[in-house]
Design a protein around this ligand. Structure first.
Ligand code: FAD
Length: 456
């Protein structure tokens, strides 16, 4: 059996590894972007000089050959689903070292794992030189090329990639103007206080943050080069680079005209099967037809791509397992502030959500615990500048633990009880004040307590 995977990101690479672990069929993994799987989440660290590309590759180059996973550097221009053939073209910018791929490749089973692409909303000038997103290695190269002698970058779109881009330019002392359409940074995801904390953090890092400001047009210098932006207030901001970071969408345009069922992404059932037999979709490009309650159809995040990669391998070998992403988790870094979220934390919470929020007087650390107003079940954790143990939070959420139990046992979630104990005390004090309770922090901490809690 010939199994072909389009895409060598986290989802495609994980699928390839599991397919090899579970069976002995022929596996080919195609990528237009890179010879080897690398960690996309580490792109910023390459730019900032903390890592080289090689150090972002989780597997040594020999790993793929040793595991008989064929790697093919090529661009897939379409798929003939009736005849089970993939149409190939030479990938752009691959360099002379890459021989032209065969025009077609046959498959018995096909996994589509083509990830996301940068959103462009039809802004005038969006395709000028010097206007680019941050998604691929080629984007990184573009950013790097433009950084030399750059007087100002304007970044459009206040999400996770936008703030990374701001930090990247800032690390090279390049002035940045950051246009954020919303009234506060990422306030469609972050609750008000956390969003305001990040506004302050952006400003403290000398980024020219423009809230409530949208891009209207990118100005051509007459030679096809971005030279300024015009905002919705009519202001002109001169710049040599425009970062387009207003979100991403599933990278599936090359399949739009096919019989594949497509919504926002490629529609898949809980077995990651598409409407076409023997064709699967995983990772950012897949859209769950029936997402589990509280989850989105398309989730463009790392760990769900990895889970789907493993899942699809089992499904292809008929050891069918339903895809279940479990409890929502995400993490990021906003300059120096680490962010973690577990479970259901909403910017605009529904009626039944009660929130216990504590913020450090420094204004750069906070803990928010969400619980159900009526039954006091804990529903979510939102942490800024403080880290909690993933497995502990996950267990509390999975077991619908009572907020009062969680508060008294917070020591179990702490990585650094010596340092964080004081924060837990303040959080409990806050809860006691709000509710008239008299809860006390239990002295449960240290690895032994954590291990026995997790086994419980
Ligand atoms: C800058 C940045 C920072 C991020 N940080 C985080 C983070 O902190 N945490 C987190 O959870 N997520 C983060 N993400 C998101 C995360 O990286 C993605 O969710 C994940 O990489 C998606 O994996 P994937 O395997 O679905 O697709 P991708 O990683 O996008 O891989 C898709 C592959 O398919 C190939 N491909 C696409 N179309 C074709 C074609 N037609 N022909 C041939 N090859 C093709 C591409 O070349 C690419 O190599 C970040 C993303 C970016 C861009």
């Amino acid at each position: 059996m010939k199994i072909v995977i389009i895409g060598n990101g986290i989802s495609g690479a994980t699928a390839a590894r599991w397919l090899r672990k579970l069976g002995d069929h022929e596996i080919t993994m195609i990528s237009a972007e890179s010879d080897y799987f690398y960690s996309r989440t580490a792109l910023m660290y390459i730019y900032m000089g903390h890592m080289r590309l090689k150090e972002t590759q989780p597997y040594e180059n020999w790993f793929w050959e040793k595991n008989r996973i064929n790697l093919l550097r090529a661009w897939v221009s379409g798929v003939d689903f009736d005849n089970k053939k993939i149409k190939l073209r030479q990938a752009v910018k691959t360099g002379a070292s890459h021989p032209a791929p065969p025009p077609e490749l046959e498959y018995d089973k096909l996994i589509i794992a083509t990830g996301s692409a940068t959103n462009k909303f039809g802004w005038p000038g969006q395709d000028l030189n010097g206007a680019a997103g941050l998604y691929t290695l080629q984007d990184l190269q573009t950013m790097n090329d433009y950084s030399k002698g750059l007087k100002r970058a304007v970044i459009v779109g206040g999400g996770l990639i936008g703030i990374e881009m701001a930090e990247m330019f800032h690390s090279r002392n390049i002035p940045v103007t950051f246009l954020v359409r919303e009234k506060s940074y990422w306030n469609n995801v972050l609750p008000k206080e956390e969003s305001e904390m990040i506004n302050r953090c952006i400003l403290n890092n000398h980024i020219d943050l423009r809230l409530g400001t949208e891009l209207k047009e990118i100005v051509d210098d007459g030679n096809g080069q971005a030279s300024a932006v015009i905002t919705n207030t009519g202001e002109r901001i001169n710049c040599g680079f425009v970062g387009l970071t207003a979100g991403v969408h599933p990278n599936i345009n090359f399949l739009r005209e096919s019989e594949l069922e497509i919504g926002r992404g490629i529609k898949v059932n809980e077995y990651l099967e598409t409407n076409i037999p023997d064709v699967y979709a995983i990772g950012d490009c897949a859209e769950q037809m029936n997402p589990i309650p509280g989850r989105r159809g398309v989730e463009a995040i790392w760990y769900t791509g990895r889970m789907m990669g493993e899942n699809v391998a089992y499904n292809i070998y008929n050891k069918k397992i339903k895809y279940n992403p479990g409890i929502w988790f995400n993490s990021a870094k906003f300059f120096d502030i680490e962010y973690q979220v577990y479970g259901n934390v909403q910017a605009h919470p529904p009626e039944n959500h009660e929130s216990l929020y504590w913020e450090h007087s420094d204004g750069d650390k906070s803990i928010r615990i969400i619980f159900d107003k009526k039954n006091k079940e804990v529903l979510g954790f939102n942490l800024m500048g403080i880290r909690y143990r993933h497995e502990v939070c996950e267990k509390w959420l999975a077991e619908k633990t009572n907020i009062e139990t969680v508060l008294q046992e917070l020591g179990l979630a702490n990585f650094d009880p010596e340092f964080f104990d004081e924060y837990d005390f303040e959080l409990i004090k806050l809860y006691n004040q709000k509710t008239g309770s008299n809860l006390q922090l239990k002295k449960k901490r240290g690895l032994d307590s954590v291990i026995s809690f997790l086994k419980r």
